[in-house]
Design a protein around this ligand. Structure first.
Ligand SMILES: [Zn+2]
Length: 365
């Protein structure tokens, strides 16, 4: 009979509760009882609890990871609710920190998972310390990317290479979703073998200027969570594959990734430049109510201010001159002055992390 094979029998009521709870996952031949035990004793760390991070956290907590550490610096805003599935209108109304709102939701989804929320701005100064703290709770099996900018991704990649931790990359913009696992194994590529350099600031759309479709996020997060569960089961894929799909057009492709001998990170003369950038003068207070932000390592050539102004127009008020673009985001009460050398002055705050976050959000690196 059609579909009969899909009918699920109820598990034996005499089984322990844990076995019943994860029955549908445990009976998968590629998970099995042993894989399920591995998942239950595992520890995953998600950096960024935005669109991707919310969905990955939900999937991993339901799958029964033993411990979940999740890190984010932001508070919930109304514009997050379109795609950040752990948050509610109440979280946005009271401006609850994302990690706190996520913890409240996740602990009622699965009380058997140890949740480790960390309200922090993940950066070169604290990245190693955050991993050390997480490892003190339980050995760490995987780092998951819930971020939205290249700087943090490259930092995560440096951290993964240094610590020998698998890193699961993901990204979503517009209707496009991408994901890949970088295993930190001797012959395996790292993120920068595939994407050696960050695009010039302002040259690429960001979710805040170009928008993002909720299902594109779900696609990327589903890949990431599957890859993480597979790693945590001890079931490691042989080939390094990059998945890339457009959920609006319904198209997808898979690209085989290779290690690059001259990779700027894991190659012969490579260095962990993003992790080693501690104390670099990228951000400085500027006057009484502004912070100056520089793009990391300068910009190759000058920014095209006209293109940047056009792209920013959907995210707030823009006034452009030949030398500068002044941009007032629709929310947050900040004003940014962007210069052709990639520098920005962020007015309306003395908080360096907030200024850097606004730069990453709107300029893109
Ligand atoms: Zn590499």
């Amino acid at each position: 009979m059609a579909g009969r094979g899909l009918l699920m029998s109820n598990p034996d009521p005499t089984l322990p509760a844990d076995d019943r709870r994860y029955h549908r996952q445990r009976i998968l031949p590629f998970v099995g009882a042993e894989g399920q035990r591995s998942i239950r004793s595992s520890h995953a760390m998600i950096v960024g609890v935005g669109a991707l991070g919310c969905q990955i956290a939900d999937l991993l907590v339901r799958a029964g990871v033993g411990t979940l550490t999740f890190i984010d610096r932001d508070v919930v805003e109304l514009t997050n609710l379109q795609r950040q599935c752990l948050f509610t209108e109440e979280d946005a109304a009271c401006g609850r920190p994302k990690v706190e709102a996520a913890r409240r939701r996740l602990e009622i989804v699965n009380s058997g998972v140890r949740l480790q929320p960390v309200a922090a701005d993940f950066c070169a100064r604290n990245a190693l310390q955050l991993v050390t703290q997480a490892r003190a709770v339980a050995p760490l099996g995987v780092l998951l990317d819930g971020t939205d900018n290249f700087e943090t991704r490259y930092l995560l990649n440096d951290l993964a290479v240094r610590e020998g931790l698998p890193y699961v990359y993901g990204g979503a913009i517009g209707a496009r979703a991408m994901a890949a696992t970088f295993r930190a194994a001797a012959e395996a590529p790292c993120l920068r073998c595939v994407f050696p350099e960050a695009p010039a600031p302002g040259s690429q759309p960001t979710c805040d200027t170009a928008g993002v479709l909720g299902p594109a996020v779900s696609m990327a997060a589903a890949w990431q969570a599957s890859m993480a569960i597979r790693l945590l089961c001890g079931n490691v894929a042989g080939e390094a594959l990059l998945h890339d799909a457009d959920v609006w057009e319904g198209t997808s492709r898979t690209v085989r990734m290779r290690r690059a001998p001259d990779c700027p990170c894991c190659g012969r003369r490579g260095s962990l430049e993003f992790l080693d950038a501690i104390g670099e003068g990228r951000v400085a207070l500027c006057g009484s109510d502004a912070v100056q932000v520089w793009p990391r390592g300068g910009v190759a050539g000058m920014l095209d201010l006209k293109t940047l102004a056009t792209r920013l127009a959907s995210g707030g008020e823009v006034a452009a001159t030949a030398l500068m673009v002044r941009f007032k985001p629709a929310e947050g009460g900040l004003e940014m002055s962007l210069f052709a050398d990639g520098r920005a002055i962020v007015k309306g705050t003395r908080d360096e992390a907030k200024a850097r976050a606004a730069y990453a959000k709107y300029v893109g690196v």
